[in-house]
Design a binder for this molecule. Sequence first.
Ligand SMILES: [Zn+2]
Length: 232
Amino acid sequence: MDKELKFDAIVLSAVDYKEYDKLLTIFSSEYGRQVVLLKGCKRPKAKLRFAGQPFFFGEFMVVKGKGYDVVTQVSPKRSFMSVTTDYDCYVDACMALKTIDISCLSQKSERLFLLLITYLVVLEQHLDLHSLITCKFYIELIKLLGFEINTDNCQECGQILQDNVYYNINHNCIICDNCKKYDSIPMRNEILKLIRILKANKFLSLLDKNLDSADIEAVKTLVLKAIERISK
Ligand SMILES: [Zn+2]
């Protein structure tokens, strides 16, 4: 029998498989994203039933199967189910899981895993600040994927960014007035300032800052568009 692997992972998604099983897409710092088979979890008294849903976080024991790798044991560590109690927060958190799922294909990454867990821990304690926390998550994710947004200099000419800046959707970068092109959209100064604040502060230091909610929503739209392009 193959060696059993033991590691911490979070369930990104779960789909029904055969009559009583589920296929889970899980994400761990050791093995990145992987699909594993959770057998019998749909039986009414199944012990592993609780592990068959998104947001479940625990220690998995997995053994190589003929097709899919098979989960043999799970110990819960933490469930982030409380993020599902607020609808808007739930939508943000689901999107975050989905983004990790599509952008981190078979990538092993301790930092991505840590980012996702940190995001969910902070989120479940501050459901009302879900948009702000979600913006920070995407700013960090974009950076970890190698596309950090430069908020100091124009991406084209290198000039220091001051007033009249533009966002280039196709290249996910900020440029100056001289370098704007047909696909550049004007960016309000408040938005540039907010992105700088998001980049400079850790999750927890952002929470007590009095930030404008309309600006936060505008940045959220921008980072979601950016990540959509990056993940394609
Ligand atoms: Zn420029």
